[in-house]
Design a protein around this ligand. Structure first.
Ligand SMILES: C[S@@+](CC[C@H](N)C(=O)[O-])C[C@H]1O[C@@H](n2cnc3c(N)ncnc32)[C@H](O)[C@@H]1O
Length: 459
C-alpha cells in the first residue's frame, strides 16, 4: 500500500486554497462539505467562488500567493496553473508540517484526494495512488450503482439508536448480530426508500423482541474453491464475512482468506503430506470448543469439503455433540482445473463418465480398482496423485489402457500459477520428474485431454 487511507476531520478548521479557477472551485466545494473554515488566495475568482465570498461562506484575499501565507493553516491546497507558485506552496507547507495537496502534481503532495462515493455518514474513498485515476473513477462509478442511495439514511438511523441498542444488550456479540439482522432485512429496505418513521418503528419492535442471551454457536463447513477467489459461492462469502473464528487448511488461497471478516480470529490447521501439523481429532475438538463457546466458526477447506476433504468426519463429531452446523459446497479442484484448462470432463465423443479417485492412501500406497479405471470412454481425475504418478500410469498400461492415452497434470489450478503439463500415460512420470510441478496438482487421464489444444481459453 503506497498511501494509507485516513479520514480527516476539518470541522471549523482553517484551510487555505491557493487559486480561484474551476479546479479550485471543485476543491472549495469539497472542503465546505466537510465544514472547513476556508480562505482563498487568488487575484480572480470564478462566479461560484465570488458568490460564496459574498454570502460570507469563505474568506478571500485578492492577490497572488506570497511567503508565509500557509502559516497557521490546518491544511493547504494549491490549484494554480503556475508551476513556480505550486512548488513554493508545497515547499513552505511541508517545511511547516502542514498537509498539502497540489492538484495533479503528486510529487508535490503530502496527501492526495481519493475519488469519493458519498453516502454520508458512510463515505468511501477510492485511490489508485495517482497512477490510474481513470480506473479509480470507474471503480467509483461501479460502487455508485451498487450502493443504495438511502445508505446514508440507514447509517443515520443506526447512529440515532446506537446508545439505545447498546443499553439493551450486555452481550457485545448479540448486539452485533442484532445490527446485522437490521442492516440485512426489511427495516434497511424501509430506510433506503426514505420511510424513516416506519423503519424506526420496526427497529424498536425488533429491539423489544430481541433477548439479551449469548447466541448459540454454529459451525459452517465451507468450501473455499480451488484458489481463484471469484469462484467462491455468494453464501460462502457472506458466511466468511460474518465469522468469529476461521479454521483453515493449507489449500485455502490467501486471496480467499482476504475476503474474510478482518476481526475474525484465524487458526491455521494446514496439513502437509508428510507433516500432519494438527491431527484430525484436534481439529474436531477445536470446532466443538469454539462452537460451544457461542462463536460462529467457519471451517474453511480448499475445493469442496465433501470431496476428499474429510468434511463428513468433521460434522459427525458435531452431530454427536448436538452442535448446529451447515455445509456450504465449493468448486472442487476437478471442476476448477478442468474448466480453467479447457478440458471438459465428459464429452459425447470421448467420455460418458468421469471417476474421481485419490492417488494417495494413508500408508502411502496406491491401491485402486485398476480394471475398472482402465476401461475406455471415461475420464479419470486423480487427486493427490503426484507422488504415485509412475505407479498409476504403469498399472493402467498393464490393464490395457493405451500408453498414448493423453494425460494432463494441472499445477495450482485457477490461481496465478495455474500451469498445464500435457503428456501421455507412457511419458507423464518422466515429464513430472523433469519439470517438477509445484503442488497442489491434479491429474486428468482420458482422450478429453486432447481437446485442451483447441478449447484452452486460459492462456
Ligand atoms: C485433500 S484433497 C482436497 C480436495 C478438495 N476438497 C477439493 O474439493 O478440491 C487435496 C488435493 O486436491 C487437489 N487440489 C486441490 N486444489 C487444487 C488446485 N488448485 N490445483 C490442483 N489440484 C488441486 C490436489 O490433488 C491436492 O493434493
Amino acid at each position: 500500500m503506497d498511501y494509507l487511507p485516513l479520514f480527516h476531520t476539518l470541522d471549523q478548521k482553517k484551510c487555505l486554497l491557493i487559486g480561484g479557477g474551476s479546479i479550485a472551485t471543485r476543491k472549495a466545494r469539497l472542503l465546505l462539505e466537510a465544514h472547513a473554515h476556508l480562505t482563498v488566495i487568488a487575484p480572480t475568482l470564478t462566479n461560484e467562488l465570488s458568490d460564496l465570498v459574498q454570502r460570507g461562506e469563505i474568506s478571500h484575499q485578492a492577490r497572488p500567493f506570497k511567503s508565509n501565507d500557509t502559516l497557521g493553516f490546518h491544511l493547504v491546497i494549491s490549484a494554480t496553473d503556475n508551476d513556480l507558485t505550486n512548488a513554493q506552496v508545497s515547499k513552505e507547507a511541508q517545511s511547516n508540517n502542514i498537509p498539502v495537496n497540489v492538484v495533479d502534481q503528486p510529487t508535490l503532495c503530502s496527501f492526495i484526494f481519493p475519488a469519493i462515493v458519498d453516502r454520508s455518514p458512510i463515505t468511501i474513498g477510492i485511490s489508485s495512488g495517482g497512477v490510474a485515476p481513470v480506473l479509480a473513477r470507474l471503480v467509483r462509478a461501479k460502487l455508485e450503482t451498487l450502493l443504495p442511495h438511502g445508505l446514508g439514511k440507514l447509517a443515520s438511523l443506526a447512529a440515532e439508536y446506537r446508545q439505545t441498542v447498546k443499553n439493551h444488550f450486555t452481550n457485545a456479540k448479540q448486539r452485533r448480530l442484532f445490527w446485522e439482522t437490521i442492516f440485512n432485512g426489511p427495516i434497511a429496505d424501509l430506510s433506503y426508500q426514505g420511510q424513516q418513521a416506519e423503519a424506526e418503528k420496526g427497529l424498536l419492535q425488533a429491539l423489544a423482541q430481541a433477548n439479551d442471551v449469548a447466541p448459540a454457536g454454529k459451525v459452517y463447513l465451507v468450501g473455499g474453491g480451488p484458489g481463484d477467489p471469484e469462484l467462491l459461492t455468494l453464501k460462502a462469502l457472506r458466511v466468511l464475512q460474518q465469522a468469529d473464528i476461521i479454521i483453515y487448511d493449507r489449500l485455502v488461497s490467501a486471496d480467499v482468506l482476504n475476503l474474510a471478516r478482518r476481526d475474525a480470529e484465524r487458526i491455521y490447521v494446514g496439513k502437509k503430506r508428510s507433516d500432519h501439523s494438527v491431527p484430525q481429532e484436534n481439529i474436531n475438538a477445536l470446532l466443538l470448543r469454539y462452537a460451544k463457546d457461542g462463536q460462529r466458526v467457519v471451517r474453511l477447506k480448499g475445493g469442496d469439503p465433501f470431496m476428499f476433504g474429510r468434511g463428513g468426519e468433521e460434522i459427525e463429531t458435531l452431530i454427536d455433540d448436538k452442535v448446529a452446523f451447515e455445509v456450504i459446497p465449493g468448486i472442487t479442484a476437478a471442476s476448477g482445473c478442468a474448466s480453467y484448462s479447457g478440458i471438459p470432463l465428459t464429452h459425447r465423443d470421448h467420455a460418458q463418465s468421469c471417476t474421481f479417485v485419490t492417488g494417495h492412501l494413508k500408508d502411502n500406497s496406491v491401491n485402486l480398482d485398476w480394471d475398472q479405471l482402465a476401461k475406455p470412454n471415461q475420464t479419470l481425475v486423480i487427486y493427490m496423485g503426484l507422488l504415485g504418478i509412475r505407479q498409476i500410469s504403469e498399472k493402467l498400461i498393464q490393464r490395457n489402457l493405451p500408453s498414448n492415452t493423453p494425460v494432463a497434470l494441472i499445477q495450482k489450478g485457477t490461481t496465478h500459477e495455474h500451469k498445464v503439463i500435457i503428456s501421455d500415460l507412457m511419458d507423464i512420470a518422466d515429464k513430472v520428474e523433469q519439470l517438477k510441478p509445484k503442488p497442489p496438482t491434479l491429474i486428468i487421464i482420458g482422450t478429453v485431454v486432447s481437446l485442451h489444444n483447441k478449447l484452452n481459453w486460459n492462456r
